[in-house]
Write a protein that binds this ligand. Structure first.
Ligand SMILES: *[C@@H]1O[C@H](CO)[C@@H](O)[C@H](O)[C@H]1NC(C)=O
Ligand SMILES: *[C@@H]1O[C@H](CO)[C@@H](O)[C@H](O)[C@H]1NC(C)=O
Ligand SMILES: *[C@@H]1O[C@H](CO)[C@@H](O)[C@H](O)[C@H]1NC(C)=O
Ligand SMILES: *[C@@H]1O[C@H](CO)[C@@H](O)[C@H](O)[C@H]1NC(C)=O
Ligand SMILES: *[C@@H]1O[C@H](CO)[C@@H](O)[C@H](O)[C@H]1NC(C)=O
Ligand SMILES: *[C@@H]1O[C@H](CO)[C@@H](O)[C@H](O)[C@H]1NC(C)=O
Ligand SMILES: [Cu+2]
Length: 410
């Protein structure tokens, strides 16, 4: 039987009632061009920029659907920790604990300290540290790494949610320990470390010839004693751990077995100074090419600014929070890098064709090109070793929806 017109119209009306009223379309002309120095205003600007990125991504998804690819119906939407329900938060930390309980795939002859699937990721990062920071692969490598970790949680530990991110602007506004992510409850990512005596500041040596950068210590410094990760063991490292008093320690190459507690030294001063809403908005709005963008984000050596990337890492503090090589042994690493990826995603979508193609890559395969190495190109291969596979070209990792990935951000 054919639907008669009035029934069809009626159904249509019912359907359109069920769809939330679409938000006002944002045109590029409406977007801010300069970050507001007022944090709350900059935070609103960020919301608008993210909305624009989501809108642009969704237009692509609607086109992809016709081609049978990643679509509005199956795209995963990554959200801020505070936007998850308690149940969703617990499901996430349970999956992380599960990954820490699964046997490693890395042969112990290669990385003796890798004892779990979680450690496979840490070991890969330690092994490649000098080839993935201040390189042409920084953004794509960490995008693929974070995505692979999310897939491991889903495929190996029964997690059905998506990778949450850490909005630093929120921490800057309310204080780290006042966020649901770090309040130490059973539904958090655990809280601060025990408050222990700390003598002296943190000094980052930087490259030879550059002045040391001084960072204050925070309100913890000892073992994490609350929340899901209170019994967690950090197995690998340290490989380049900055300690109060200006020293840096390493346990050989950091690949040996060295079980110890997870330490944190939450430092509001650092998140406020380097990763506030104005700093994030500036990182998105000022750089017009990817060289500038990734340098601003990681901090221009010698500038005295560690960038929004350094801000998140050093605000966690502790061990391995302050260890460039071993930092993925801190479960917060993946929420931090999801935010790095989100900021990049927002920046990319301000000029999609340019910034997801060859023009969106700059740099070589070595830390500040030292020692000199070949330029990174769309054909450069990224290999996550025993953590995950398969090796992928940079080309495949430039978009969160047009290649093998299928995710977006709220
Ligand atoms: C984009 O699509 C996702 C997934 O369907 C949806 O959750 C989100 O609200 C959409 N955002 C915009 C700005 O349309
Ligand atoms: C989404 O659905 C499309 C079409 O069915 C499929 O090609 C694609 O692999 C799916 N992506 C994910 C992540 O499920
Ligand atoms: C955390 O919240 C409390 C209560 O609102 C407030 O007194 C405190 O200053 C906040 N901490 C920070 C670091 O902002
Ligand atoms: C916010 O970040 C910028 C850039 O790092 C910095 O110059 C400014 O002082 C920060 N704001 C506050 C309130 O610390
Ligand atoms: C590598 O990139 C730099 C900077 O963009 C450029 O000047 C140089 O010519 C490139 N080298 C090669 C071999 O393509
Ligand atoms: C470490 O990296 C090198 C290449 O940079 C690779 O050949 C080697 O297999 C890696 N080792 C592990 C344990 O992943
Ligand atoms: Cu890294």
């Amino acid at each position: 039987m054919r639907l008669n017109t009035s029934v069809a119209l009626c159904l249509l009306a019912a359907v359109s009632n069920a769809i939330p009223t679409p938000q006002e379309e944002i045109s590029p002309a409406d977007l801010p061009t300069e970050a507001s120095p007022v944090e709350t205003e900059a935070n609103d600007q960020l919301a608008q920029l993210a909305e624009f990125a989501a809108q642009t991504t969704n237009e692509t998804l609607a086109q992809n659907e016709k081609r049978g690819g990643c679509s509005l119906w199956n795209v995963s939407v990554r959200r801020e920790w505070s936007a998850l329900s308690k149940k969703e938060r617990k499901a996430y930390t349970d999956a992380v604990l599960c990954l820490q309980s699964k046997p490693a795939r890395t042969p112990s002859s290669l990385i003796p300290g890798a004892k779990s699937r979680f450690d496979d990721f840490v070991g890969t990062h330690i092994n490649q540290t000098n080839n993935i920071h201040y390189t042409g692969t920084f953004l794509t490598w960490h995008r693929y790494f974070t995505w692979s970790y999310e897939q491991a949680l889903r495929n190996e530990c029964g997690y059905t949610g998506v990778q949450p991110y850490w909005d630093w602007a929120l921490s800057s506004l309310v204080g780290l320990e006042n966020t649901s992510m770090l309040d130490g409850s059973d539904y958090s990512m655990s809280g601060n470390g025990e408050n222990v005596e700390k003598v002296g500041d943190i000094q980052l040596g930087g490259s030879p010839g550059l002045p040391a950068l001084i960072l204050p210590t925070g309100t913890g410094g000892g073992c994490v004693t609350s929340g899901p990760f209170k019994n967690m063991k950090v197995n690998l490292g340290p490989a380049g751990l900055a300690l109060p008093g200006g020293t840096t320690v390493a346990n050989g190459d950091g690949l040996g077995y060295n079980p110890r507690c997870l330490k944190r030294d939450l430092t509001d001063v650092i998140i406020r100074k380097y990763s506030n809403a104005t700093a994030i908005a500036n990182t998105i709005l000022k750089p017009k090419d990817v060289y500038d963008f990734q340098m601003t984000m990681q901090g221009v050596p010698g500038s005295g600014n560690i960038g929004i990337h350094g801000g998140g890492h050093y605000a966690m503090g502790g061990d391995p929070g302050r260890d460039v090589n071993t930092s993925p042994a801190e479960p917060l690493f993946y929420l931090h890098h999801a935010m790095i990826d989100r900021v990049w995603w927002i920046w990319q979508l301000l000029d999609k064709s340019e910034r997801t193609g060859a023009e969106g890559i700059s740099g070589t395969g070595t830390f500040l090109n030292n020692p000199p190495s070949a330029n990174t190109t769309l054909d450069t291969v990224i290999d996550l070793g025993y953590a995950a596979g398969p090796p992928m070209t940079v080309r495949d990792l430039m978009s969160t929806t047009d290649g093998p990935f299928c995710y977006t951000y709220l």
